[in-house]
Design a protein around this ligand. Structure first.
Ligand code: NAD
Length: 235
């Protein structure tokens, strides 16, 4: 069986290296191409900062965990070379989202601010809250001190879903930064006589890399379009 050749934007970063480890250990994937700011990408067969379109010829999927700064160029590369794109980059702008939506006209695209299947399940679970939509709600998140965007993309995703479920605007998510925390998200639900908390804890960064690779293996079999992790869960 032909191995899936993986290119990564942000290959030298925390997430890029997790992806590289998993792909290297896998018997079905190859870490073919790594793109990073300084052109270095440990574990990848080929590395660079400004790779040529021809370098992408044999690539089956492009995975982006880089920065909002180069997000649009990752999308442009994927479209130009007709490669399915998975992006987990957060902190992207409205303009970036428009570019992402446009990309679905030519390639399969999946963007998720949190690649864990647990968070995808939590998003789905929020639908049950219609029954107590009159309660008070507050989303809280905690991440390591290096995280640039605040609140996290995941908190914004949960907020958007929760507001659509309860049908009103809710207080903005609260965000804490410190230490090496991989990511904690809580949905606090507060009634007059009871409280309920939904909590997701990422125990390591590998979790997100595993989710991205599960999504990648699914995405390469899809037609052009814009997908979410919810679609991957449906199978
Ligand atoms: P990092 O700072 O460790 O790595 C960033 C990588 O992107 C580096 O390889 C860097 O060289 C590259 N990069 C940045 N700007 C670049 C540019 N202008 N040109 C070329 N390369 C550039 O960051 P990280 O912790 O790996 O996170 C990367 C992104 O993924 C962030 O947006 C983060 O919030 C997001 N993230 C998402 C998830 C998820 O599940 N969706 C999980 C963790 C992190």
């Amino acid at each position: 069986m032909k191995k899936m050749r993986v290119a990564v934007f942000g290959a030298s970063g925390r997430m890029g290296q997790e992806i590289a480890h998993l792909v290297s250990e896998s018997s079905t994937m190859v870490p073919a191409l790594g793109i990073s700011k300084d052109g270095k990408a440990p574990h990848f067969l080929k590395a660079g900062k400004k790779l040529d379109a021809k370098d992408f010829k044999e690539i089956d999927v492009l995975i982006d965990f880089s920065s909002a700064e180069i997000f649009q160029s990752a999308v442009a590369f994927a479209i130009e070379n007709k490669i399915p794109l998975i992006s987990g980059t957060t902190g992207i702008s409205e303009k970036d989202f428009k570019v992402l939506k446009k990309a679905q006209e030519s390639i399969p695209v999946l963007w998720a601010p949190n690649m864990s299947l647990g968070v995808a399940t939590l998003v789905k679970a929020l639908e049950a809250l219609t029954a107590i939509s009159n309660y008070d709600f507050q989303i809280e998140e905690t991440h390591h001190r290096h995280k640039k965007d605040k609140p996290s993309g995941t908190a914004l995703l949960l907020q958007q879903k929760l507001e659509s479920v309860v049908g009103r605007k809710l207080p903005d998510p609260l965000a804490l930064r410190g230490g090496g925390v991989f990511g904690v998200h809580q949905v606090q639900i507060m009634g007059e006589s009871e409280t309920l908390t939904f909590e997701h804890r990422a125990l390591n960064r590998r979790l997100f890399a595993e989710g991205a690779l599960i999504a990648a293996q699914w995405l390469v079999k899809q037609k052009k379009g814009l997908y979410t992790l919810q679609d991957v869960l449906k199978g």
